[in-house]
Design a binder for this molecule. Structure first.
Ligand SMILES: C[S@@+](CC[C@H](N)C(=O)[O-])C[C@H]1O[C@@H](n2cnc3c(N)ncnc32)[C@H](O)[C@@H]1O
Length: 446
C-alpha cells in the first residue's frame, strides 16, 4: 500500500486516521523520498502511547536518511473532528491519506452517523465514514489508499456514500483479497485495497486479486478504463479474470432492462412478524387461505409448495393489502447462504395455484409486469437467465455480498426480449442446464 501511494509536496502532508501503532504511516516513511508532516488519529489512549513510541522511532530512522518527519497524534474521534469537511469546502490540508479504518456498524442515531448524514443511507458502517471524510480532506491531485471490507463497492446501503466519494475521487488501483478469513480475523468479508485520486479526470485503473497476502507476489495486474470499473450508481466492477472480461463485454453490450421491457421488481409485502394474525401453518386453499411463499419455497427454476418448517398459509380475509394477484412472477431469493454456489436463485411462478391471490414473504423479490402479465416464456426465460452461470459471473464482478438487491437488478443490462422468450421456450421442454441454451442463443442473437 505504501509503495503504491504517490506522495507529492515537500513536506508531504499525510493523514493516517485510526492509526493504531502507526504501521501504515511508518511504511510510508520507509518508502518516502521526501519530508513528511503526519497527522495521526487514534482514539484508544493506550494505543496512542505506543503510537507515539513508534512514530518517534520512525522520526529518528528518517532523519538518519536525511528526511524529516513531523507528527501530531490526535486522541480524538476522527469523524467527529473533521465531518464538517463533508459540508463546507475546507483548506483540504492533505496530500495523501493511508488508512485501515475501524469496521463496525453504527446505529443511525450514533453522533458519528449524524454528523456524516449526507453519506449515510440505511445502517452505516464506520469505515465508509472514515473514507468519505478523508476524501473531503484531500487536496486536488492528492491520493488516498484504503484497506477496507469490499461491501461499499455495491449495494443500496452504500449508494449515497459512493455518490459522494466517487464524485470527488477517481479510482486508480484496486486489489481484492478473495479469502474471507485470511486477511483479518474479525472481518468475514473480502477485503479491498483501493487507491483513488482526488480528481475529475479519468485514467486507467489497475486491478488485481489474490487469495490472501500469502500469494501477493504472484498477482497479475489488469488495466481497465474508469468506465469499465465504475458502473451505474458508482458500483465498482472488478473484472479479474479473462472470463470476467468476456462476460462483462457481452453483458455491457445488451441494451435491454426490466424497465425497457415494461417490467418491475419489488420486495415481497408479507412481513410475518407483523402479520401474525394472518400467517398460519394450516389453511383451506383456495377458500379461506392463499399459499404463502418464502425463500425456502424458491429452488433454482422451480417453486416448491408446501414445504415443511414454515407457515405456508395466509388468511385472505383482512389481509387484502398484503396479497398479490395470482399472476406470473419471477421469484428471487433476496439472500443466499455463504456456502451456496450461486448468488441468485430464481424460480418461475406460473400462476400455479388455483387461488385468486398469493402471499409473497419479505425475503423474496418478485419481477412482474405492472398493469399486465408476464408471458410464461418471459417468466421462464428470465428465471433461467438469472440462474445462469453467465449472470453469476457478472454479479460476482461487482458484488462481494451474498445478496443482489432490487436496485442492482433494475440496473442490470438484459439481452433482447426475443432471446429471453426463446430461452423460456427451450428450458420448458428440456432438463438440460440453462447454460447450454444461453451459449447457443448468444451466438444467434450476437
Ligand atoms: C482496524 S484498526 C487499524 C490500525 C492501524 N491503522 C493498522 O493498520 O494496524 C483501526 C484503529 O482505529 C482506531 N479508532 C476506532 N475508532 C476511531 C475513531 N472514531 N477515531 C479515531 N480512531 C479510531 C482503533 O482504536 C484502531 O486502532
Amino acid at each position: 500500500m505504501a509503495e503504491n501511494l504517490p506522495l507529492s509536496g515537500n513536506p508531504a502532508r499525510l493523514l493516517d486516521p485510526g492509526a493504531g501503532l502507526g504501521i501504515l504511516a511508518c511504511a510510508v516513511c520507509e518508502s518516502s523520498t521526501s519530508d513528511i508532516e503526519l497527522e495521526a488519529f487514534e482514539l484508544d489512549d493506550e494505543l496512542a502511547e505506543y503510537l507515539n513510541g513508534c512514530l518517534s522511532y520512525a522520526q529518528q530512522w528518517m532523519s538518519k536518511r536525511g528526511y524529516s518527519l513531523a507528527y501530531t497524534i490526535l486522541r480524538e474521534d476522527f469523524v467527529l473532528t473533521y465531518a464538517d469537511a463533508l459540508y463546507w469546502s475546507t483548506s483540504q490540508p492533505f496530500d495523501a491519506v493511508i488508512a485501515n479504518p475501524p469496521y463496525f456498524k453504527l446505529s443511525k442515531s450514533d453522533p458519528r452517523a449524524r454528523v456524516a448524514d449526507r453519506v449515510v443511507h440505511g445502517q452505516p458502517n464506520i469505515y465508509a465514514l472514515f473514507m468519505a471524510v478523508s476524501a473531503a480532506l484531500l487536496r486536488p491531485g492528492g491520493h488516498a489508499m484504503f484497506i477496507t471490507p469490499r461491501s461499499y463497492a455495491a449495494g443500496q446501503y452504500f449508494s449515497r456514500f459512493r455518490g459522494y466519494f466517487f464524485g470527488k475521487l477517481r479510482p486508480r488501483m484496486a486489489h481484492l483479497f478473495e479469502s474471507r478469513r485470511d486477511v483479518f480475523d474479525e472481518v468475514l468479508q473480502e477485503s479491498l485495497i483501493l487507491l483513488a485520486e482526488r480528481s475529475d479526470r479519468d485514467s486507467d485503473v489497475i486491478l488485481s486479486s489474490s487469495a490472501s497476502s500469502a500469494d501477493f507476489a504472484q498477482v497479475v495486474q489488469r488495466r481497465k478504463s474508469t468506465d469499465e470499473v465504475l458502473g451505474v450508481d458508482n458500483i465498482l466492477h472488478l473484472s479479474l479474470t479473462d472470463e470476467d472480461d468476456s462476460i462483462g463485454e457481452i453483458v455491457r453490450a445488451w441494451s435491454g432492462s426490466l424497465r425497457a421491457y415494461g417490467m418491475e421488481i419489488s420486495t415481497g409485502p408479507v412481513v410475518p412478524f407483523r402479520a401474525t394474525d394472518f400467517v398460519s401453518e394450516n389453511g383451506d386453499v383456495p377458500f379461506t387461505h392463499a399459499p404463502l411463499l418464502w425463500m425456502q419455497n424458491v429452488k433454482p427454476m422451480r417453486c416448491a409448495w408446501p414445504v415443511r418448517h414454515k407457515s405456508q398459509y395466509i388468511r385472505m380475509d383482512g389481509a387484502e393489502k398484503l396479497l398479490l394477484p395470482n399472476k406470473n412472477y419471477v421469484l428471487l431469493r433476496r439472500f443466499s447462504a455463504k456456502e451456496e454456489r450461486q448468488r441468485l436463485t430464481a424460480a418461475p411462478y406460473l400462476a400455479d395455484f388455483d387461488t385468486p391471490v398469493i402471499g409473497i414473504e419479505n425475503h423474496l423479490n418478485y419481477i412482474y409486469r405492472p398493469g399486465g402479465d408476464l408471458s410464461p416464456e418471459e417468466t421462464r426465460g428470465l428465471a433461467a437467465l438469472l440462474n445462469s452461470s453467465l449472470m453469476d459471473t457478472y454479479f460476482r464482478r461487482f458484488s462481494g455480498n451474498t445478496q443482489v438487491s432490487a436496485t442492482e437488478l433494475r440496473a442490470l443490462p438484459l439481452p433482447p426480449l426475443e432471446l429471453i422468450t426463446e430461452l423460456g421456450r427451450l428450458s420448458a421442454h428440456s432438463d438440460a442446464p440453462v447454460d447450454t441454451f444461453i451459449t447457443e442463443l448468444l451466438g444467434l442473437y450476437a
